[in-house]
Design a protein around this ligand. Structure first.
Ligand SMILES: N[C@@H](CCC(=O)N[C@@H](CS)C(=O)NCC(=O)O)C(=O)O
Length: 238
């Protein structure tokens, strides 16, 4: 039975699932939904997921939603080993803590910015919302203090969950300053080197950044001027 993923590549949590599917080399069908056109509110989709969020995974008779539940399920059910979602209590707890951080802290900041821009049609980003993103970046920098990956010395689904949102925030709302967040920048480069990263995550993040740029041309250019200056001055080189 082929797994069916409902969503859009514009959505970070959908891309966290795409990264996991690709890492596990699982065959799947990707059914695209246009959220801006309200396709996730249509009766057929709401019957499958009353919370009408994407991603939604269909596996045989089962419908599973929330990216964190989906990616944990995929590893537990289909992976050849538990490396991507450790079974030992302490490594599992650390991985879960990072997943909850994405769900409870990082993603809500992103979703609020999206709401302001695409529903309230804000023409400027509130400073305090951007400051909140930097608080999250600083915490992630600390999570990476002693290890190369977010939950330890090996890649886990916590990296997939957080990279999908973080890379989107970096491209759309708050470019990551490699001077300020050297470990986080190096981690992003490390994950970006995965062979499936560009297709499973970067393409969608770039597509969303184009939409954000069209909404906020002035602010976007200011954000990016700073990022380009950093690049020109050699900041971020490892
Ligand atoms: N915590 C959820 C968040 C899912 C979510 O809010 N997705 C957004 C797209 S990025 C969505 O479906 N928005 C439509 C809605 O909330 O009705 C997850 O990780 O799956």
């Amino acid at each position: 039975m082929v797994l069916i993923l409902f969503g859009t590549e514009l959505s970070p949590p959908v891309r966290a699932v795409l990264l996991t599917l690709r890492a596990l080399e699982l065959e799947h069908e990707f059914r695209q939904l246009d959220l801006l056109a309200g396709e996730h509110l249509e009766a057929d989709f709401v019957r499958k997921n009353p919370q009408h969020t994407v991603p939604l995974l269909e596996d045989g008779e089962a419908y599973i939603w929330d990216s964190h539940a989906i990616i944990g399920y995929l590893v537990q059910k289909y992976a050849k080993n538990d490396a991507l979602y450790p079974r030992e209590p302490l490594p599992r707890a650390i991985c879960d803590q990072r997943l909850h951080f994405e769900s409870g802290v990082l993603f809500p900041s992103f979703k609020e910015l999206q709401r302001l821009l695409f529903q309230e049609h804000a023409t400027e980003l509130p400073k305090q919302r951007i400051a909140q993103l930097h608080e999250s970046y600083a915490l992630l920098e600390q999570f990476l203090a002693r290890h190369d990956y977010l939950a330890g010395e090996q890649l886990t689904i916590a990296d997939f969950s957080i990279v999908a949102t973080l890379s989107t925030l970096d491209l759309c709302y708050a470019p990551l300053d490699p001077h300020k967040y050297p470990k986080l920048s190096a981690w992003l480069a490390r994950i970006s080197a995965l062979p499936y990263y560009e297709q499973a995550n970067l393409q969608g993040a770039r597509r969303l950044a184009d939409l954000v740029r069209a909404k906020l041309p002035k602010q976007f250019d200011k954000l990016w001027q700073k990022a380009f200056e950093d690049i020109k001055s050699g900041a971020g080189k490892q």
